[in-house]
Design a protein around this ligand. Structure first.
Ligand code: SAH
Ligand code: SF4
Length: 380
């Protein structure tokens, strides 16, 4: 199969166009179709000459993600299950910035995207790794999660929803002209992003570029289970992407019990890599810490966690664990979470506790895919 058009940077596209004797403005027209108008076919690109469209068709593929299943109501958190060209499935989650309480549409959203099919890291609490790792996503498959979600959102706001027909049409027009539904990206879907480093960076550069997604680097957060060498590599990149570390344990014994990656990169090595990262960037990092009852929520974790956070200039996001079907773990109860938070704050650490309810749809990525694949297997 020829490479997908959305895996190329503008410079790479321009090199092809020069070779084909095409004027430079045609590249801008193509980028406009791909990233602003979110075209799903070559034929949609009506202002490109037919011969050029043919040339593009011969040299590149243009694949739009196919929506297999969607969970969640309009204007709340929504989970998308997409089918890729080879039939594999991945998830993205769209989270409105201000969940609309009174039925108005929220125009600011965070999208959580996947970077691999499955995950090889096998954290004991996570659905994404339960069936192992299948493959890395290409840059275009990471980029297309944003585009496909926006394609869906633009269509929805016209067809149905709380907006009047007139407002819907107006919104569709502004959307057509490049206003993004997705303003923030978190790379926290299925897979370990830093284990797919080159494709991830290429995708993020396309999503960050003014000719592409136009999403600011500071609005893009990469979450990792702690791959120390790649954290150092990321520290040397010029972009100001944000970094979140899935810590989930503040001592090696607690962390290694639930995250096998801690055996390869124990806390000493991880923190050394983060020291280096901090020496290159003056940015606050985030520690994600899911609270699992009886596993990592004991107060003896608070001191070491606070020490790490202070040393690395990190803020802590406490997240009550979302139960995963077939796994034995439970979330800490509300009181335990509040006590943990208060103890952390007493240590002088900036911390937040995610308090919203409805864990089944807010659940981390990986679960909808797992469920769907198992249902498909179960069917005769
Ligand atoms: N592999 C990367 C990014 C994907 S996971 C990483 O581990 O950071 C995104 C976040 O969701 C991680 O912090 C992960 O630990 C968390 N997570 C996984 N399963 C979860 C669950 N059942 N409930 C709550 N958070 C979960
Ligand atoms: Fe993979 Fe992250 Fe899940 Fe661990 S938490 S299995 S690294 S996706």
């Amino acid at each position: 199969m020829p490479p997908d058009i959305k895996s190329l940077t503008r410079d790479e596209l321009a090199a092809h166009f020069t070779e084909w004797g095409q004027p430079a403005y045609r590249v801008d027209q193509l980028c406009d179709w791909l990233y602003r108008r979110r075209a799903a076919s070559w034929d949609a690109m009506t202002n490109l000459p037919k011969a050029l469209r043919e040339k593009l068709r011969e040299n590149f593929s243009l694949h739009a993600l196919e929506l297999v299943r969607k969970q969640g109501a309009k204007d709340t958190t929504q989970k998308f299950l997409w089918k890729l060209a080879d039939g594999a499935m991945i998830e993205s989650v769209l989270i409105p910035a201000n969940p609309a309480l009174y039925g108005e549409a929220s125009d600011r959203h965070t999208l959580c995207v996947s970077t691999q099919v499955g995950c090889a890291y096998g954290c004991k609490f996570c659905a994404s790794g339960l069936d192992g790792w299948k493959r890395n996503l290409g840059p275009e498959e990471i980029v297309e999660q944003v585009i496909a979600t926006e394609r869906w959102a633009a269509k929805e706001s016209v067809v149905s929803g709380p907006l009047s027909v007139e407002a819907g049409a107006q919104q569709a027009r502004t959307t057509d002209h490049g206003q993004r539904t997705v303003n923030n990206l978190v790379i926290m879907g299925m897979g370990e992003p830093l284990a797919n480093y080159d494709n991830l960076l290429k995708a993020l550069r396309i999503l960050n570029a003014p000719w592409g997604g136009g999403i600011g680097a500071r609005k893009i957060t990469i979450s990792t289970s702690g791959l120390a060498p790649q954290i150092r590599q990321l520290a040397d990149e010029p972009e100001q992407f944000r970094l979140a570390i899935s810590l989930h344990g503040a001592t090696d014994d607690v962390r290694a019990k639930i995250m096998p990656v801690n055996k390869k990169f124990p806390l000493k090595e991880l923190t050394a890599a983060l020291d280096y990262y901090q020496s290159r960037h003056d940015r606050m990092i985030t520690f994600e810490y899911i609270l699992i009852a009886g596993v990592n929520d004991r107060l003896d974790q608070v001191r070491p966690l606070a020490a790490l956070a202070r040393r690395l200039h990190a803020k802590v996001n406490l997240i009550p664990y979302n139960t995963v079907e077939g796994l034995p773990w439970k979330r800490s109860d509300e009181k335990e979470c509040e006590t943990f938070l208060a103890a952390l704050e007493r240590e002088g650490v900036t911390a937040t506790l995610r308090r919203e309810k409805g864990g089944d749809i807010d659940a981390a990525c990986g679960q909808l895919r797992l469920k769907t694949e198992r249902e498909l297997v179960a069917k005769p």
